[in-house]
Ligand binder design. Structure first.
Ligand SMILES: [Zn+2]
Length: 291
């Protein structure tokens, strides 16, 4: 019933455009974000923080940016057809322990575990039907193992790298997500329309990792917003087109950047660089939301 109402309202709003929307599996070929009418809410959670004494691994020199702090977000997308968790923050066992040394010149802090923040909203892991991660690095999958009853949306290439060859990439920590090895999943080989109505779309943006992906959410009030994972770490990374030294493929990353920059223009979307602490300071955090 919902689908019929939704399609009808889209048809009334956009007429010919909806035909392309329903006929195409490729969300990049669908209509502008404004066409989506589903009542989607986007919640942002504080899932930690990094401080770096040295940012050269991000591809910038220490003279090029005075930003040394990175926010670590988690996001929950509430769609009438179900909930999607996008990125799962720092490892759960870091939560509530104050500032910790992660490595030489790197401090982390994670005040309150994601699962506790969800509980404040009367949401359990089992209430989250779908999970997707921009990529499987440790600061994006810290609570992944809790979501064993959710369907994971992951690129085939990321699955292969993170689940079958994790030992080849030191930024993968398979112990954080190994419980998802045999849970329900959709193995993607490109872009994906998460709820089938164009409102929430995954874009394949390889380079940072083999199957890195980004998420476009078409919010009715706020407008389309692109959560860019680790396509960029800093504003300066975007401005100067720099790729981290630990990316799996720099050329692929630059091509993904070009594709997302064009998408931002085509959709009139707002870019949220996920690790951007200055941006995070301006965002409404859950239980407040964007719609
Ligand atoms: Zn990251």
């Amino acid at each position: 019933m919902y689908v019929k109402i939704c399609l009808l309202s889209i048809a009334l709003l956009c007429l010919g455009a909806c035909e392309r929307q329903s006929a195409s599996d490729d969300p990049s070929e669908t209509t502008e974000g404004k066409a989506a009418s589903a009542q989607v809410k986007l919640y942002v959670f504080d899932c930690g923080y990094f401080h770096f004494d040295d940012v050269t691994s991000s591809g910038l020199t220490n003279d090029e940016t005075d930003v040394l702090d990175l926010f670590v977000p988690c996001y929950l997308i509430d769609h009438p057809a179900g909930r999607l968790l996008w990125d799962a923050g720092l490892p759960m066992d870091m939560a509530g322990r104050g500032e910790l040394e992660y490595g030489p010149g790197i401090q982390v802090r994670y005040d309150r575990a994601l699962i506790d923040q969800l509980a404040d909203m009367d949401i359990t892991a089992d209430d989250v039907q779908k999970v997707a991660f921009s990529h499987m690095h440790f600061d994006h999958v810290g609570s992944a193992n809790l979501f064993v009853n959710s369907t994971m949306l992951i690129q085939q290439s990321e699955y292969t790298a993170a689940f079958e060859h994790a030992d080849e990439n030191p930024v993968f920590d398979a112990t954080l997500y190994d419980k998802l090895a045999d849970t329900p999943k959709v193995l993607l080989t490109g872009d994906f329309d998460v709820f089938g109505d164009g409102s929430v779309q995954i874009f394949s943006t390889p380079g940072h990792t083999p199957g890195h992906q980004t998420l476009l959410i078409n919010l009715n009030q706020f407008g389309p917003v692109l959560l860019s994972g680790d396509l960029y770490h800093f504003e300066k990374s975007r401005e100067l087109r720099r790729t981290p030294t630990f990316n799996t493929d720099a050329e692929q990353t630059l091509a993904s950047m070009d594709r997302m920059e064009q998408l931002l223009i085509d959709r009139g979307a707002t870019l949220w660089i996920e690790h951007n602490q200055a941006l995070a300071n301006t965002l409404r955090l859950a239980p407040a939301f964007y719609d």
